[in-house]
Design a protein around this ligand. Structure first.
Ligand code: NCD
Length: 476
Protein backbone atom coordinates (compact mmCIF):
# COMPACT_ATOMS: atom_id res chain seq x y z
CA UNK A 1 0.00 0.00 0.00
CA UNK A 2 1.25 3.45 -0.87
CA UNK A 3 2.16 5.51 2.16
CA UNK A 4 -0.09 8.49 2.77
CA UNK A 5 1.10 11.76 4.25
CA UNK A 6 -0.30 12.43 7.73
CA UNK A 7 -3.86 13.75 7.58
CA UNK A 8 -4.52 17.37 8.40
CA UNK A 9 -7.88 18.29 9.90
CA UNK A 10 -9.28 21.72 10.68
CA UNK A 11 -11.14 21.29 13.97
CA UNK A 12 -9.93 24.54 15.58
CA UNK A 13 -8.44 27.73 14.20
CA UNK A 14 -5.39 26.70 16.24
CA UNK A 15 -4.84 23.74 13.92
CA UNK A 16 -3.39 26.25 11.44
CA UNK A 17 -0.24 28.27 11.92
CA UNK A 18 -0.31 31.99 11.15
CA UNK A 19 1.90 31.32 8.14
CA UNK A 20 -0.58 28.73 6.83
CA UNK A 21 -3.46 31.19 7.25
CA UNK A 22 -1.55 33.77 5.22
CA UNK A 23 -0.75 31.19 2.56
CA UNK A 24 -4.44 30.27 2.36
CA UNK A 25 -5.38 33.94 1.94
CA UNK A 26 -2.86 34.39 -0.86
CA UNK A 27 -4.57 31.54 -2.64
CA UNK A 28 -8.05 33.03 -2.00
CA UNK A 29 -6.78 36.38 -3.37
CA UNK A 30 -5.59 34.55 -6.47
CA UNK A 31 -8.98 32.90 -6.97
CA UNK A 32 -10.69 36.28 -6.71
CA UNK A 33 -8.22 37.78 -9.18
CA UNK A 34 -8.47 34.91 -11.68
CA UNK A 35 -12.10 33.83 -11.32
CA UNK A 36 -13.79 36.92 -9.86
CA UNK A 37 -16.90 38.45 -11.36
CA UNK A 38 -15.65 41.62 -13.12
CA UNK A 39 -18.83 43.45 -12.10
CA UNK A 40 -18.83 42.35 -8.42
CA UNK A 41 -15.28 42.14 -7.08
CA UNK A 42 -16.06 40.02 -3.99
CA UNK A 43 -17.92 37.37 -6.01
CA UNK A 44 -16.42 34.31 -7.67
CA UNK A 45 -17.97 34.21 -11.15
CA UNK A 46 -16.33 31.32 -13.00
CA UNK A 47 -14.91 27.90 -12.31
CA UNK A 48 -11.65 26.01 -12.63
CA UNK A 49 -10.75 22.31 -12.72
CA UNK A 50 -8.34 22.11 -9.77
CA UNK A 51 -10.51 19.63 -7.84
CA UNK A 52 -11.83 17.74 -10.88
CA UNK A 53 -12.88 14.24 -9.84
CA UNK A 54 -12.77 15.04 -6.10
CA UNK A 55 -15.76 14.84 -3.76
CA UNK A 56 -16.72 16.89 -0.72
CA UNK A 57 -19.24 15.49 1.76
CA UNK A 58 -21.28 17.88 3.89
CA UNK A 59 -22.49 16.25 7.08
CA UNK A 60 -24.73 18.80 8.74
CA UNK A 61 -26.51 17.89 11.97
CA UNK A 62 -27.56 21.52 12.60
CA UNK A 63 -29.16 24.15 10.35
CA UNK A 64 -26.89 26.08 8.00
CA UNK A 65 -27.18 28.38 5.02
CA UNK A 66 -23.85 30.12 4.42
CA UNK A 67 -21.41 27.48 5.58
CA UNK A 68 -22.88 24.58 3.64
CA UNK A 69 -23.82 26.50 0.50
CA UNK A 70 -20.48 28.31 0.28
CA UNK A 71 -18.53 25.07 0.83
CA UNK A 72 -20.56 23.35 -1.87
CA UNK A 73 -20.30 26.34 -4.20
CA UNK A 74 -16.53 26.43 -3.57
CA UNK A 75 -16.21 22.74 -4.46
CA UNK A 76 -18.18 23.22 -7.69
CA UNK A 77 -16.11 26.31 -8.58
CA UNK A 78 -13.03 24.11 -8.15
CA UNK A 79 -14.47 21.56 -10.58
CA UNK A 80 -15.26 19.00 -7.87
CA UNK A 81 -18.57 17.57 -6.70
CA UNK A 82 -20.59 17.41 -3.50
CA UNK A 83 -22.54 14.82 -1.61
CA UNK A 84 -24.63 16.11 1.22
CA UNK A 85 -26.41 14.90 4.32
CA UNK A 86 -28.01 18.03 5.66
CA UNK A 87 -31.02 16.78 7.54
CA UNK A 88 -30.42 14.43 10.48
CA UNK A 89 -34.03 13.25 10.19
CA UNK A 90 -33.28 11.65 6.80
CA UNK A 91 -29.86 10.18 7.62
CA UNK A 92 -28.94 7.13 9.69
CA UNK A 93 -28.51 9.25 12.77
CA UNK A 94 -32.31 9.00 12.98
CA UNK A 95 -31.81 5.23 13.31
CA UNK A 96 -29.29 5.75 16.09
CA UNK A 97 -26.05 5.63 14.11
CA UNK A 98 -23.04 7.15 15.85
CA UNK A 99 -20.96 9.99 14.47
CA UNK A 100 -17.89 7.77 14.70
CA UNK A 101 -19.50 5.19 12.38
CA UNK A 102 -20.91 7.81 10.02
CA UNK A 103 -17.54 9.47 9.38
CA UNK A 104 -15.80 6.10 8.92
CA UNK A 105 -18.35 5.28 6.23
CA UNK A 106 -18.40 8.75 4.64
CA UNK A 107 -14.58 8.68 4.44
CA UNK A 108 -15.02 6.05 1.71
CA UNK A 109 -17.43 8.22 -0.24
CA UNK A 110 -15.61 11.56 -0.24
CA UNK A 111 -12.14 13.13 -0.18
CA UNK A 112 -12.93 15.74 2.46
CA UNK A 113 -15.77 16.01 5.00
CA UNK A 114 -17.29 19.20 6.37
CA UNK A 115 -19.10 18.55 9.63
CA UNK A 116 -21.55 20.67 11.60
CA UNK A 117 -22.79 19.23 14.87
CA UNK A 118 -24.62 20.50 17.97
CA UNK A 119 -22.09 18.98 20.41
CA UNK A 120 -18.88 20.75 21.46
CA UNK A 121 -15.87 18.70 20.40
CA UNK A 122 -17.73 16.65 17.75
CA UNK A 123 -15.22 17.63 15.07
CA UNK A 124 -12.32 16.30 17.14
CA UNK A 125 -14.13 12.99 17.62
CA UNK A 126 -14.84 12.80 13.89
CA UNK A 127 -11.17 13.48 13.13
CA UNK A 128 -10.18 10.49 15.29
CA UNK A 129 -12.26 8.16 13.11
CA UNK A 130 -12.05 9.69 9.62
CA UNK A 131 -9.56 8.63 6.98
CA UNK A 132 -9.98 11.92 5.04
CA UNK A 133 -9.64 15.51 6.31
CA UNK A 134 -12.41 16.71 8.62
CA UNK A 135 -13.30 20.39 8.49
CA UNK A 136 -15.22 21.76 11.45
CA UNK A 137 -18.21 23.69 10.11
CA UNK A 138 -19.24 24.56 13.69
CA UNK A 139 -19.36 22.21 16.69
CA UNK A 140 -21.76 23.32 19.41
CA UNK A 141 -20.46 26.40 21.18
CA UNK A 142 -16.85 25.31 20.69
CA UNK A 143 -15.41 26.69 17.43
CA UNK A 144 -16.14 27.64 13.85
CA UNK A 145 -12.68 27.99 12.32
CA UNK A 146 -13.67 28.51 8.68
CA UNK A 147 -15.92 31.42 9.68
CA UNK A 148 -12.86 32.98 11.31
CA UNK A 149 -10.91 32.50 8.09
CA UNK A 150 -13.68 34.44 6.29
CA UNK A 151 -13.61 37.14 9.00
CA UNK A 152 -9.84 37.59 8.84
CA UNK A 153 -9.89 37.54 5.05
CA UNK A 154 -12.56 40.26 5.06
CA UNK A 155 -10.35 42.47 7.24
CA UNK A 156 -7.43 41.81 4.91
CA UNK A 157 -9.54 42.89 1.91
CA UNK A 158 -10.58 45.99 3.88
CA UNK A 159 -6.86 46.75 4.26
CA UNK A 160 -7.09 46.40 8.02
CA UNK A 161 -3.84 45.12 9.47
CA UNK A 162 -4.43 43.01 12.52
CA UNK A 163 -1.49 44.11 14.63
CA UNK A 164 -2.80 46.61 17.21
CA UNK A 165 -6.22 46.73 15.57
CA UNK A 166 -8.97 47.54 18.08
CA UNK A 167 -11.69 44.93 17.64
CA UNK A 168 -14.90 45.04 19.67
CA UNK A 169 -16.86 41.80 19.89
CA UNK A 170 -20.48 42.12 20.89
CA UNK A 171 -23.38 39.89 21.90
CA UNK A 172 -23.42 36.27 23.04
CA UNK A 173 -19.70 35.75 23.63
CA UNK A 174 -20.45 32.70 25.76
CA UNK A 175 -22.29 30.65 23.15
CA UNK A 176 -21.02 32.00 19.80
CA UNK A 177 -18.53 29.50 18.41
CA UNK A 178 -17.57 32.08 15.78
CA UNK A 179 -16.35 34.36 18.57
CA UNK A 180 -14.21 31.68 20.19
CA UNK A 181 -12.23 30.92 17.02
CA UNK A 182 -12.09 34.64 16.18
CA UNK A 183 -10.63 35.86 19.49
CA UNK A 184 -7.88 33.22 19.43
CA UNK A 185 -6.91 34.36 15.94
CA UNK A 186 -7.06 38.05 16.89
CA UNK A 187 -4.76 37.49 19.85
CA UNK A 188 -2.38 35.40 17.75
CA UNK A 189 -2.10 38.15 15.15
CA UNK A 190 -1.67 40.87 17.78
CA UNK A 191 -5.06 42.62 17.67
CA UNK A 192 -6.65 44.15 20.78
CA UNK A 193 -9.97 42.69 21.82
CA UNK A 194 -12.68 44.67 23.55
CA UNK A 195 -15.42 42.58 25.04
CA UNK A 196 -18.97 43.88 24.80
CA UNK A 197 -21.02 40.92 26.00
CA UNK A 198 -24.75 40.83 26.53
CA UNK A 199 -25.49 40.58 30.24
CA UNK A 200 -24.23 37.24 31.62
CA UNK A 201 -22.85 36.19 28.22
CA UNK A 202 -19.15 36.87 28.61
CA UNK A 203 -16.39 34.71 27.17
CA UNK A 204 -16.15 31.27 28.80
CA UNK A 205 -13.46 31.21 31.52
CA UNK A 206 -11.37 28.65 29.63
CA UNK A 207 -11.29 30.87 26.52
CA UNK A 208 -10.10 33.87 28.54
CA UNK A 209 -7.54 31.65 30.29
CA UNK A 210 -6.16 30.49 26.94
CA UNK A 211 -6.02 34.03 25.57
CA UNK A 212 -3.88 35.02 28.52
CA UNK A 213 -1.83 31.87 29.03
CA UNK A 214 -1.22 30.69 25.49
CA UNK A 215 -1.72 33.64 23.21
CA UNK A 216 -0.09 36.37 25.24
CA UNK A 217 -3.18 38.51 25.84
CA UNK A 218 -3.26 40.65 28.94
CA UNK A 219 -6.45 41.82 30.56
CA UNK A 220 -6.47 45.52 31.29
CA UNK A 221 -8.67 46.53 34.20
CA UNK A 222 -12.00 48.03 33.31
CA UNK A 223 -11.22 51.28 35.18
CA UNK A 224 -7.99 51.84 33.29
CA UNK A 225 -9.69 51.11 30.02
CA UNK A 226 -12.70 53.27 30.87
CA UNK A 227 -10.54 56.41 30.84
CA UNK A 228 -9.93 55.97 27.14
CA UNK A 229 -13.28 54.50 26.18
CA UNK A 230 -15.76 55.93 28.61
CA UNK A 231 -18.92 54.67 26.98
CA UNK A 232 -17.89 51.13 26.12
CA UNK A 233 -18.54 48.61 28.83
CA UNK A 234 -15.62 46.45 27.97
CA UNK A 235 -12.74 44.48 29.23
CA UNK A 236 -9.63 45.22 27.26
CA UNK A 237 -7.41 42.32 26.35
CA UNK A 238 -4.22 43.11 24.62
CA UNK A 239 -1.45 40.80 23.56
CA UNK A 240 2.02 41.87 24.54
CA UNK A 241 3.75 38.99 22.86
CA UNK A 242 1.85 38.04 19.72
CA UNK A 243 2.70 34.57 18.52
CA UNK A 244 4.40 33.66 15.32
CA UNK A 245 4.23 35.78 12.20
CA UNK A 246 1.78 38.61 12.03
CA UNK A 247 -0.39 39.51 9.08
CA UNK A 248 0.65 43.09 9.68
CA UNK A 249 3.93 44.81 10.20
CA UNK A 250 2.68 47.61 12.55
CA UNK A 251 4.49 49.13 15.49
CA UNK A 252 5.27 47.29 18.70
CA UNK A 253 2.35 47.57 21.08
CA UNK A 254 2.68 50.29 23.67
CA UNK A 255 0.18 51.64 26.11
CA UNK A 256 -0.75 54.71 24.05
CA UNK A 257 -1.45 52.64 20.98
CA UNK A 258 -3.35 50.07 22.99
CA UNK A 259 -5.59 52.60 24.62
CA UNK A 260 -6.35 54.68 21.58
CA UNK A 261 -10.05 55.33 21.32
CA UNK A 262 -10.84 54.34 17.76
CA UNK A 263 -12.64 51.06 17.33
CA UNK A 264 -11.51 49.61 14.01
CA UNK A 265 -13.91 46.68 13.89
CA UNK A 266 -17.23 45.85 15.55
CA UNK A 267 -18.05 42.14 15.31
CA UNK A 268 -21.71 41.52 16.10
CA UNK A 269 -23.27 38.17 17.04
CA UNK A 270 -26.82 36.98 17.64
CA UNK A 271 -28.15 35.38 20.80
CA UNK A 272 -27.59 31.62 20.38
CA UNK A 273 -31.10 30.65 21.37
CA UNK A 274 -30.61 27.01 20.44
CA UNK A 275 -27.89 26.66 23.12
CA UNK A 276 -29.50 28.31 26.15
CA UNK A 277 -32.70 27.61 28.02
CA UNK A 278 -33.02 31.16 29.35
CA UNK A 279 -34.14 34.11 27.22
CA UNK A 280 -31.87 37.04 26.41
CA UNK A 281 -32.67 40.28 28.17
CA UNK A 282 -31.05 43.63 27.27
CA UNK A 283 -29.31 42.23 24.23
CA UNK A 284 -26.99 44.86 22.71
CA UNK A 285 -28.20 46.27 19.41
CA UNK A 286 -25.81 47.78 16.91
CA UNK A 287 -27.49 50.52 14.88
CA UNK A 288 -26.78 53.93 13.38
CA UNK A 289 -27.18 55.59 16.79
CA UNK A 290 -24.60 53.29 18.38
CA UNK A 291 -22.12 53.94 15.56
CA UNK A 292 -22.60 57.72 15.72
CA UNK A 293 -19.76 58.22 18.18
CA UNK A 294 -16.56 59.45 16.62
CA UNK A 295 -14.57 56.38 17.56
CA UNK A 296 -16.69 54.32 15.16
CA UNK A 297 -16.28 56.66 12.22
CA UNK A 298 -13.85 54.35 10.38
CA UNK A 299 -15.01 51.06 11.85
CA UNK A 300 -15.92 47.96 9.82
CA UNK A 301 -19.05 46.19 11.00
CA UNK A 302 -18.85 42.40 10.69
CA UNK A 303 -21.44 39.74 11.51
CA UNK A 304 -21.19 36.01 10.72
CA UNK A 305 -24.96 36.05 10.00
CA UNK A 306 -27.76 35.16 10.40
CA UNK A 307 -28.85 38.31 12.22
CA UNK A 308 -32.05 38.34 14.21
CA UNK A 309 -32.51 41.93 15.32
CA UNK A 310 -29.15 42.72 16.96
CA UNK A 311 -27.80 44.40 13.80
CA UNK A 312 -30.10 47.04 12.39
CA UNK A 313 -31.01 46.70 8.71
CA UNK A 314 -30.73 50.47 8.34
CA UNK A 315 -26.95 49.95 8.36
CA UNK A 316 -26.99 47.84 5.19
CA UNK A 317 -26.29 50.83 2.96
CA UNK A 318 -23.67 52.27 5.33
CA UNK A 319 -20.08 52.29 4.01
CA UNK A 320 -18.99 50.64 7.30
CA UNK A 321 -21.19 47.56 6.79
CA UNK A 322 -19.09 44.73 5.37
CA UNK A 323 -21.11 41.69 6.48
CA UNK A 324 -22.51 40.74 3.09
CA UNK A 325 -19.04 40.88 1.53
CA UNK A 326 -17.82 38.82 4.50
CA UNK A 327 -20.40 36.15 3.58
CA UNK A 328 -19.41 36.32 -0.10
CA UNK A 329 -15.76 35.69 0.78
CA UNK A 330 -16.87 32.30 2.09
CA UNK A 331 -16.45 30.99 -1.47
CA UNK A 332 -12.86 32.02 -2.31
CA UNK A 333 -11.68 31.29 1.25
CA UNK A 334 -13.24 27.81 1.28
CA UNK A 335 -11.94 27.16 -2.26
CA UNK A 336 -8.45 27.89 -0.97
CA UNK A 337 -8.97 25.66 2.07
CA UNK A 338 -10.31 22.70 0.06
CA UNK A 339 -7.48 23.15 -2.36
CA UNK A 340 -4.83 23.11 0.35
CA UNK A 341 -6.38 20.10 2.08
CA UNK A 342 -6.65 18.08 -1.14
CA UNK A 343 -3.41 19.02 -2.83
CA UNK A 344 -0.79 16.50 -1.66
CA UNK A 345 2.09 18.35 -3.30
CA UNK A 346 1.47 21.89 -2.13
CA UNK A 347 -1.23 21.45 0.48
CA UNK A 348 -1.38 21.60 4.24
CA UNK A 349 -0.35 17.97 4.62
CA UNK A 350 3.24 18.99 3.87
CA UNK A 351 3.48 21.19 6.95
CA UNK A 352 4.13 19.93 10.45
CA UNK A 353 1.40 19.95 13.03
CA UNK A 354 -0.82 22.90 13.70
CA UNK A 355 -0.34 25.91 15.89
CA UNK A 356 2.55 25.14 18.21
CA UNK A 357 1.33 24.46 21.71
CA UNK A 358 3.54 23.69 24.66
CA UNK A 359 3.66 19.89 25.03
CA UNK A 360 1.44 18.75 27.88
CA UNK A 361 0.91 15.38 29.46
CA UNK A 362 -2.15 13.53 28.25
CA UNK A 363 -4.42 12.11 30.93
CA UNK A 364 -6.85 9.41 29.80
CA UNK A 365 -8.74 7.03 32.09
CA UNK A 366 -11.96 5.14 31.61
CA UNK A 367 -12.96 5.93 35.20
CA UNK A 368 -12.75 9.10 37.27
CA UNK A 369 -13.39 12.71 36.40
CA UNK A 370 -15.47 13.60 33.35
CA UNK A 371 -15.54 16.76 31.28
CA UNK A 372 -17.45 19.47 33.17
CA UNK A 373 -19.07 20.78 29.97
CA UNK A 374 -22.47 19.06 29.75
CA UNK A 375 -22.66 19.71 25.99
CA UNK A 376 -19.33 18.01 25.31
CA UNK A 377 -19.43 15.16 22.78
CA UNK A 378 -18.05 12.92 25.57
CA UNK A 379 -21.49 13.16 27.21
CA UNK A 380 -23.39 12.05 24.10
CA UNK A 381 -24.82 8.65 25.09
CA UNK A 382 -24.64 7.52 21.47
CA UNK A 383 -20.88 8.05 21.27
CA UNK A 384 -19.96 6.52 24.63
CA UNK A 385 -18.02 3.61 23.09
CA UNK A 386 -15.99 5.97 20.91
CA UNK A 387 -14.91 8.79 23.23
CA UNK A 388 -12.85 8.47 26.39
CA UNK A 389 -12.23 10.88 29.21
CA UNK A 390 -9.20 12.44 27.60
CA UNK A 391 -7.62 15.60 28.91
CA UNK A 392 -4.46 17.64 28.64
CA UNK A 393 -3.05 18.13 32.13
CA UNK A 394 -2.45 21.88 32.46
CA UNK A 395 -0.13 23.62 34.86
CA UNK A 396 -2.35 24.41 37.83
CA UNK A 397 -2.21 26.82 40.71
CA UNK A 398 -3.76 26.03 44.08
CA UNK A 399 -4.97 22.64 45.20
CA UNK A 400 -6.73 21.59 42.00
CA UNK A 401 -5.47 19.94 38.84
CA UNK A 402 -6.77 21.73 35.74
CA UNK A 403 -7.63 19.36 32.93
CA UNK A 404 -8.50 20.49 29.40
CA UNK A 405 -10.83 18.18 27.50
CA UNK A 406 -9.13 16.99 24.31
CA UNK A 407 -12.47 17.24 22.46
CA UNK A 408 -14.31 20.39 23.55
CA UNK A 409 -11.27 22.14 25.14
CA UNK A 410 -13.26 23.25 28.20
CA UNK A 411 -11.43 23.07 31.52
CA UNK A 412 -12.39 20.83 34.44
CA UNK A 413 -10.85 20.88 37.90
CA UNK A 414 -9.87 17.81 39.89
CA UNK A 415 -9.52 18.11 43.67
CA UNK A 416 -8.67 14.46 44.25
CA UNK A 417 -5.88 12.26 42.92
CA UNK A 418 -6.01 8.49 43.27
CA UNK A 419 -4.02 5.41 42.47
CA UNK A 420 -6.12 3.25 40.20
CA UNK A 421 -4.26 0.04 41.12
CA UNK A 422 -4.37 0.43 44.90
CA UNK A 423 -7.76 2.16 44.67
CA UNK A 424 -6.74 4.76 47.24
CA UNK A 425 -7.28 8.50 46.96
CA UNK A 426 -6.06 11.69 48.59
CA UNK A 427 -6.79 15.39 48.29
CA UNK A 428 -4.40 17.20 45.97
CA UNK A 429 -1.86 19.19 47.93
CA UNK A 430 -1.78 22.93 47.15
CA UNK A 431 0.73 23.68 44.43
CA UNK A 432 1.83 20.04 44.08
CA UNK A 433 2.10 19.10 40.42
CA UNK A 434 0.09 15.96 39.85
CA UNK A 435 2.19 13.38 38.03
CA UNK A 436 0.10 11.61 35.43
CA UNK A 437 1.32 8.03 35.47
CA UNK A 438 -0.62 5.15 33.93
CA UNK A 439 -2.22 4.51 37.34
CA UNK A 440 -3.20 8.13 38.09
CA UNK A 441 -6.95 8.69 38.33
CA UNK A 442 -8.43 12.12 39.04
CA UNK A 443 -11.78 12.82 40.68
CA UNK A 444 -13.64 16.08 41.05
CA UNK A 445 -14.41 15.38 44.73
CA UNK A 446 -13.86 12.87 47.53
CA UNK A 447 -17.54 11.93 47.26
CA UNK A 448 -17.01 10.90 43.61
CA UNK A 449 -13.97 8.79 44.56
CA UNK A 450 -15.89 7.06 47.37
CA UNK A 451 -18.82 6.45 45.04
CA UNK A 452 -16.40 4.78 42.59
CA UNK A 453 -15.31 2.37 45.36
CA UNK A 454 -12.01 4.06 46.23
CA UNK A 455 -10.90 4.48 49.86
CA UNK A 456 -9.19 7.48 51.37
CA UNK A 457 -5.49 6.96 51.82
CA UNK A 458 -4.53 7.09 55.49
CA UNK A 459 -2.12 9.92 56.35
CA UNK A 460 1.52 8.72 56.27
CA UNK A 461 2.11 8.98 60.08
CA UNK A 462 -0.98 7.01 60.92
CA UNK A 463 0.01 4.29 58.49
CA UNK A 464 3.47 4.05 60.07
CA UNK A 465 1.93 3.62 63.55
CA UNK A 466 -0.50 0.98 62.45
CA UNK A 467 2.31 -0.91 60.72
CA UNK A 468 0.94 -0.45 57.25
CA UNK A 469 3.23 -2.02 54.67
CA UNK A 470 2.54 0.72 52.23
CA UNK A 471 5.79 2.66 51.98
CA UNK A 472 4.68 5.24 49.45
CA UNK A 473 4.18 8.50 51.30
CA UNK A 474 4.05 10.86 48.31
CA UNK A 475 1.03 11.50 46.15
CA UNK A 476 -0.33 8.38 44.48
C1 NCD B 1 -22.76 31.03 12.56
C2 NCD B 1 -22.79 29.66 13.21
O1 NCD B 1 -23.37 28.73 12.69
O2 NCD B 1 -22.16 29.55 14.27
N1 NCD B 1 -23.31 31.03 11.27
C3 NCD B 1 -22.47 30.91 10.19
O3 NCD B 1 -21.92 29.86 9.96
N2 NCD B 1 -22.24 31.99 9.45
C4 NCD B 1 -23.31 32.11 13.40
C5 NCD B 1 -24.65 31.91 14.04
O4 NCD B 1 -25.37 30.97 13.74
O5 NCD B 1 -24.99 32.75 14.87
Amino acid sequence: MAERPPLRHLTSINDLTNAEIERLFERADRYLADLGDPAIPHRIGTSTATAHGRILASLFYEPSTRTRLSFESAMIRLGGQNISSADPATSSVAKGETLADTVRVASNYADVIVLRHPRDGAARLAAEYASVPIVNGGDGAHEHPTQTLCDLFTLRRENKQLRNLNVAVSGDLRGSRTIHSFVYALARFGANIMLMPAKGMGLPAHVTARLEEEFGARAVAREKYAKANASVDALYVTPDRPHQLSLSVGVEPDVDVKLRKEIDVVYVTRFQKERWAEASADYPKIDAKFLKQRKYSATSVLHPLPRVGELDVSLDGDRRAVYFRQAAFGVPVRMALIDLLLDPEHGLARYDGGFAEAPRPLYAQAIGIRCANPNCITHDPLERHYVGNKFWALPSAGAAQRLRCVYCEADTEAAIVANGRRREFAALAPGAPAATTPTTVFFASAADALAAGFTERAPAQKRARTGSRTKVAHSP
